[in-house]
Design a protein around this ligand. Structure first.
Ligand code: GLP
Length: 240
């Protein structure tokens, strides 16, 4: 694992975004695996700047998102489809048909799972962007998810629902299930960039980097990937 610690968040986002920007410059047909949550937001801002400055174009870029809440339509304000549109896609020149997010509102979730796995087989991810949950989840792969998992439906951990309640009007509104890319699928990416900031992530970061490789802390599997870049601030790295 390559670990980088930054004093300033701005520098962290700049450095992580540069990896993605350089990759797109080298290969305009790059496939990105994208994440939601607050962690990647600073990177999305830098990618938008790169597009506005005409440094990069997303015309030929494809994106596959990690996950989505079950039961939320893409138009729901808290759906990850809406998040991606608002925070990235509507601000760059990416083609809508090149952006893929698992649908949590599909009437047949089993066929949605098969469809998403087929997409992942077809489009190999060049760079996968990840955040990390306080419990060490990646995507929505909660503790206990097998490392061999592909796309699946997961019952959200009460801690995750609680963490994400800040985005909903009431805690009860947080969906109890999600559809997520599996851990096996995440590990197929050629390169992985993980962002963690804030002291609430310090335990998960320590276990991910130095703990036992165990499905109880899903991100610990990243120790076995040969091209992982972890971007931390001083708070999230304080237990290392
Ligand atoms: C969410 C997402 C994850 C994200 C994590 C951390 O539940 N499914 O992909 O990495 O929680 O979110 P944040 O970056 O807001 O702390």
């Amino acid at each position: 694992m390559n670990i980088y610690v930054f004093e300033q968040l701005e520098d962290l986002y700049q450095a992580a975004a540069k990896r993605i920007i350089d990759k797109i410059k080298m290969n305009p047909y790059t496939t990105l695996g994208l994440a939601t949550g607050s962690s990647p937001l600073g990177i999305y801002k830098k990618l938008i700047e790169g597009y506005i400055n005409k440094e990069i174009s997303f015309q030929n870029v494809k994106t596959l998102n990690l996950d989505e809440y079950v039961g939320l339509r893409p138009t729901h304000p808290q759906s990850y489809a809406n998040f991606m549109k608002k925070e990235l896609f509507s601000n760059i020149d990416i083609l809508e048909e090149n952006t893929f997010i698992p649908s949590g509102a599909a009437s047949n979730l089993e066929s949605e799972i098969r469809y998403y796995d087929a997409l992942l087989k077809k489009h190999k991810i060049d760079i996968q962007l990840l955040g990390i949950g306080r419990n060490g989840h990646i995507g929505f792969n909660e503790p206990g998810t097998p490392f061999t998992s592909t796309t699946h439906i997961i019952e959200l951990d009460p801690r995750t629902r609680n963490d994400n309640a800040r985005f909903f009007k009431t805690p009860e509104e947080v969906p109890s299930k999600a559809i997520t890319m599996g851990i096996y699928s995440i590990m197929q990416a050629s390169e992985i960039i993980l962002i963690a900031t804030g002291s609430q992530k310090a335990y998960a970061v320590k276990e991910m980097i130095a703990g036992k490789i165990d499905s109880k802390l899903p991100a610990s599997i990243l120790q076995t990937h040969n091209n992982v870049h972890v971007y931390l601030d001083h708070l999230s790295s304080k237990e290392l």
